[in-house]
Design a protein around this ligand. Structure first.
Ligand SMILES: *[C@@H]1O[C@H](CO)[C@@H](O)[C@H](O)[C@H]1NC(C)=O
Ligand SMILES: *[C@@H]1O[C@H](CO)[C@@H](O)[C@H](O)[C@H]1NC(C)=O
Ligand SMILES: *[C@@H]1O[C@H](CO)[C@@H](O)[C@H](O)[C@H]1NC(C)=O
Ligand SMILES: *[C@@H]1O[C@H](CO)[C@@H](O)[C@H](O)[C@H]1NC(C)=O
Ligand SMILES: *[C@@H]1O[C@H](CO)[C@@H](O)[C@H](O)[C@H]1NC(C)=O
Ligand SMILES: *[C@@H]1O[C@H](CO)[C@@H](O)[C@H](O)[C@H]1NC(C)=O
Ligand SMILES: *[C@@H]1O[C@H](CO)[C@@H](O)[C@H](O)[C@H]1NC(C)=O
Ligand SMILES: *[C@@H]1O[C@H](CO)[C@@H](O)[C@H](O)[C@H]1NC(C)=O
Ligand SMILES: *[C@@H]1O[C@H](CO)[C@@H](O)[C@H](O)[C@H]1NC(C)=O
Ligand SMILES: *[C@@H]1O[C@H](CO)[C@@H](O)[C@H](O)[C@H]1NC(C)=O
Ligand SMILES: *[C@@H]1O[C@H](CO)[C@@H](O)[C@H](O)[C@H]1NC(C)=O
Length: 870
């Protein structure tokens, strides 16, 4: 019937109208369009100049009941905006352009949607080449634009301002606002369902937090997704994406935020969050048990033990025993029954399950027993269950609406879930007793896929491994040719991405013939300089260079020069002329962290220490997983953390270890300066990995806490004060003997006496909780077993408070006791004129560090080099 009318209408309109060709770029008032009028063009009545976008009265999914005024990307047929998403019209509903704006009406004249009242009369409607639908006045000024009213998508050129929310559609063919939303907070982009957060951008491994400024807007461009602070002055969070000419960021009706790039009709997913689809709150319906979410969308949906699919509604799981029912919502007229304690019972979910909101909400109560936790829920009509963590007595309540349960691939999440039920006429003790019975109905056996998913159009979901790879940024992509031209002339080849090349004379002039030395490191001295445009720079003169060939040097420089992150010192240029090898860096006006931390200047306040630690860890996280060439720093220490202005911290010297060769004569010096931060695997045959940097960072974090060296280098003056103080302001160092601070930290951690570890100069301006956070993270970082150390991205999460604090594992920290012992002995030996370098350096056979691919730090270490005489 419907299709007959459709057919007749089609024929009549088609023959009645002389032309149905869409207009290009502009429309003028007293224009009307309906789907039927432009039916042979799929409803398209307006094209952008190059026809990249079209505006149409469109019926997504080819259903015949809901027509929307849409802006559509022509090649891919992707809707990027819709006007009347919550008020669709029929195929003869009209879009009218008048001098008062756009008005969408149903056939009977009933207005469904219109633009707000405008300041002056409309003279034209334009669809521009960026997909923005704009109402213009007589002087071509913008009166209204679709970019300012995003629905579920933003495109390149469009911004999502703070305070604006994207709402998912209900389904692929019903564009009305669904239950999932994307909003910006002061520091993040979050996804929500029923006012509960289920995902944060910052927790994605591909997202890098650059600064703590307040978020002003979100935008995408050809190379990334960004949260910007006020007017784009700084990047707060960035996600690097492969270069693309056109891409969209969309909150899909599935509840996932995805970024896709388009090339012709092809599309590719560059990013998706949450990447584990079991973290989508309603993915398996009410109380559905979700598994295998990390691998595919849709995931596998079943009901938890003790539950089965409801006969009334196939998107619900309900208790198998039908004398139990799920509570009604608070607003229901029968809700008072929910408050009747004696009618409430709890059905325990199986082991290894969790609920999405537990990771984002604080527990409602700590340190209570299960019955107190359940009573809390029984007395609250909005509560439908609890998750209880036995080890800490934490009680998480599940409120408002019931979502899906996540099945974890680990036997025990530490939390057990209890679903509130109302008991029917014959109450009996349900729950724990029946639990064993329910367990046997493990969900892989009941491979019941809930119905709603059978009808879903399955999106092209690349395996998570695939897309993860594909979204790695393509920075400074360089083809290294291995032709042997050791003294190749720079002009003879060109390497893309090289920073500015300087003549040696230019740098001589800039530094006034290397007059002011501001530092020295394993690679050579650093001088202050000023370029002709009055910009201050730091010029590093590299003495002992491993790579001789100019081309190889330049290849490395091009890589380093293409790494941009706010917490990494920027390489501005280089000089490779004759035997000279110089690097030009941005100038950091507050020098290195060791000066502020250990010097006699004003004491670093705790908040400043927090900022510095966060900066350093973000920089490292970026090196480890943010750029195409994974870079292991190899030399993380306070000397390589530089400060600028308001304690903005940046890492320096990254990427340089690749310039060294095994025979480096400077190696010993480098190692010597750094040994307090060297991970144990340097001395064993273990592989050097990013976890090696994590160890060094842990050591630095302890020094940031205490404000003193973990292990000072002996100076000839035998001033050992730093190392002998046991913290807490004690000055009886000489009597106490030497204390190895990391060991002291472990001991104080075991006794919960964190404040003893804080820099005494803070005089109590820090709380035990704050110190505990740093100490726990630091101790986890220095675990002897690299596999037990967190990665840098997790460290960022823990320090920012997005991830729970890790618990140091004493069995992997006992080596500190051994170090501590050696430390005391070593100092005694030194007092007696011995060689203190035996400390840490127990190795007595030559060691070859196992290298993994390009993650070479120092390629070869022998005990001779480590503990050899000097
Ligand atoms: C549009 O129509 C209105 C009333 O029908 C008329 O007053 C107005 O002049 C028309 N505008 C143009 C640009 O034709
Ligand atoms: C439209 O296409 C032409 C030719 O391909 C191109 O030169 C021009 O820049 C495009 N215009 C816009 C606004 O993209
Ligand atoms: C839209 O059309 C309806 C009915 O024709 C009318 O009542 C309403 O004022 C119009 N709105 C605008 C903004 O033109
Ligand atoms: C407005 O833009 C159109 C198309 O670009 C142009 O033809 C017209 O002259 C412009 N009008 C004014 C007042 O600038
Ligand atoms: C995208 O924006 C970032 C941050 O503003 C900028 O650094 C980058 O160059 C931009 N990329 C493109 C392709 O415009
Ligand atoms: C099932 O429940 C969902 C969510 O409450 C609701 O939208 C849907 O209409 C229900 N379906 C049936 C068949 O009752
Ligand atoms: C319950 O009622 C309150 C206020 O009357 C309303 O804001 C809320 O949305 C309602 N909740 C449900 C689940 O209907
Ligand atoms: C409310 O409770 C009464 C009796 O307890 C029952 O008959 C009725 O169906 C309930 N109403 C709803 C909406 O559940
Ligand atoms: C609470 O439950 C008891 C026993 O099941 C019953 O006698 C009583 O009427 C109930 N009270 C309410 C308010 O439903
Ligand atoms: C739980 O704790 C409460 C209050 O602390 C106490 O009264 C109750 O007996 C405890 N219940 C169990 C089962 O331990
Ligand atoms: C819960 O913790 C208590 C003490 O903290 C312990 O005795 C009990 O065995 C634990 N129960 C489970 C199920 O782990």
């Amino acid at each position: 019937m419907g299709s007959l009318i459709f057919f007749l209408a089609f024929v009549s309109f088609h023959s009645a109208l002389v032309t149905c060709a869409p207009f290009t770029e502009f429309l003028y008032p007293n224009f009307t369009a309906s789907f039927l009028q432009f039916v042979d063009r799929g409803g398209t009545f307006l094209l952008s100049r190059n026809e990249t976008f079209r505006a149409a009265i469109f019926n997504p999914g080819a259903q015949q009941t809901r027509f929307y005024l849409c802006v559509i990307h022509s090649d891919s047929n992707t809707i990027i905006w819709s006007a009347n998403r919550n008020a669709p019209v029929s195929n003869s509903g009209k879009m009218m352009l008048t001098s008062r704006g756009i008005n969408i009406t149903e056939l009977d004249g009933d207005s469904k949607w219109s633009t707000p009242s405008l300041q002056s009369l409309v003279s034209a409607l334009q669809l521009n080449e960026a997909g923005n639908l704009v109402l213009l006045d007589q002087s071509n000024a913008t009166l209204w634009e679709s970019y300012r009213y995003p629905t579920d998508t933003i495109v390149i050129g469009q911004v999502l301002p703070f305070g604006t929310t994207l709402y998912s559609a209900v389904s692929s063919d019903d564009l009305s606002s669904g239950d999932y939303s994307l909003a910006l907070t002061a520091s993040n982009a979050i996804l929500q369902w029923q006012d509960m957060t289920y995902w944060k951008l910052s927790m994605d491994t591909g997202a890098f937090t650059n600064s703590n400024y307040a978020v002003d807007y979100m935008a995408i461009n050809g190379t990334g997704l960004y949260l910007f602070s006020h007017k784009g002055s700084a990047i707060v969070i960035q996600v690097n994406l492969p270069p693309s000419g056109f891409r969209t960021a969309k909150l899909d009706y599935t509840g996932q935020f995805s970024i896709r790039s388009f090339s012709g009709a092809d599309q590719k997913q560059d990013f998706v969050g949450p990447d584990d689809s079991c973290r989508i709150p309603y993915v398996c319906g009410r109380l559905g048990l979700c598994s295998n979410g990390a691998r595919a969308y849709p995931p596998q949906c079943t009901c938890p033990s003790n539950f089965h699919v409801s006969l009334q509604n196939t998107t619900y799981c309900v208790p198998i025993d039908n004398s139990y029912s799920l509570p009604l919502s608070c607003n229901s007229t029968n809700s008072s029954i929910n408050l009747n304690f004696s009618t409430v019972s709890y059905v325990r979910l199986g082991y290894g399950v969790d609920y999405f909101s537990n990771d984002f909400n604080m527990p409602a109560k700590y340190g209570v027993n299960l019955s107190v936790c359940q009573d809390l829920c029984s007395g609250d009509c909005a509560c439908f269950g609890v998750f209880y963590e036995n080890s800490s007595g934490s009680c998480y309540v599940l409120e408002n609406e019931v979502g899906s349960i996540m099945y974890l691939n680990i036997p025990d999440s530490g939390r057990l879930g209890y679903i509130k039920t109302l008991v029917g006429p014959s109450p009996k003790n349900y729950g724990d007793n029946k639990d064993s019975n329910g367990q046997t109905l493990g969900f892989p056996v009941v491979a019941l896929v809930l119905l709603p998913f059978t009808g879903l159009v399955i999106l092209i979901v690349l395996g998570s491994v695939l897309w993860r790879r594909s979204r790695l940024p393509r920075m400074g992509k360089i083809k290294t040719s291995h032709s042997n031209s050791p003294s190749g002339d720079l002009e003879a080849f060109s390497i893309p991405g090289l920073p500015v090349r300087f003549e040696h004379e230019e740098l001589e002039a800039a530094t006034e013939n290397f007059k002011t030395q501001i530092g020295s490191g394993g690679f050579g001295a650093v001088y202050k300089g000023m370029l002709p445009d009055k910009i201050l720079v730091a010029v590093k003169k590299i003495n002992n260079l491993g790579i001789q060939g100019k081309k190889d040097f330049c290849t490395e420089i091009a890589i380093i020069g293409n790494i941009h992150h706010i917490n990494l010192v920027k390489l501005k240029g280089y000089c490779a002329q004759g035997r000279h090898r110089l690097l030009v860096y941005e100038y950091m006006n507050r020098g290195s962290l060791d000066r502020s931390l250990f010097g006699n200047g004003p004491v670093l306040e705790w908040q400043e220490r927090v900022e510095i630690a966060l900066g350093a860890v973000r920089g490292l996280a970026y090196l480890h997983s943010g750029c195409e060439h994974k870079i292991i720093h190899c030399d993380v220490k306070p000397e390589n953390i530089l400060l600028h202005n308001q304690f903005q911290a940046k890492l320096s010297d990254f990427g340089l270890s690749k310039l060294l060769t095994p025979e480096q004569s400077s190696l010993f010096t480098t190692m010597r300066g750094t040994r307090g931060y060297l991970a144990p695997e340097w001395l064993t045959n273990s592989a050097i990995s990013d976890k090696t940097d994590v160890y060094s960072f842990g050591m630095v974090l302890l020094e940031i806490v205490s404000g003193r060296k973990n292990c000072p280098l002996r100076s000839r003056s035998h001033s050992l004060d730093d190392c002998s103080s046991s913290g807490g302001g004690s000055s009886t160092s000489s009597t106490q003997g030497l204390v190895y601070f990391p060991l002291f930290a472990l001991e104080m951690h075991e006794q919960g006496r964190y404040l003893e570890l804080a820099d005494p100069r803070l005089e109590g301006r820090v709380t035990s909780e704050e110190v505990k956070k740093f100490v726990c993270v630091a101790l986890c970082c220095v675990h002897e077993d690299p596999a037990l150390r967190p990665n840098m991205v997790s460290v960022v999460g823990m320090l920012e408070g997005d991830l729970p604090l890790c618990e140091p594992r004493v069995e992997s920290l006992n080596f500190l006791r051994f170090y501590g012992l050696r430390f005391a002995e070593a100092s005694t030996i030194e007092e007696a004129g011995g060689n203190s370098d035996v400390l840490h350096l127990q190795a007595n056979t030559p060691h070859t560090s196992t290298m993994t691919g390009s993650h070479t730090c120092f390629s070869y270490i022998s005990s001779q080099q480590i503990s050899g005489p000097r």
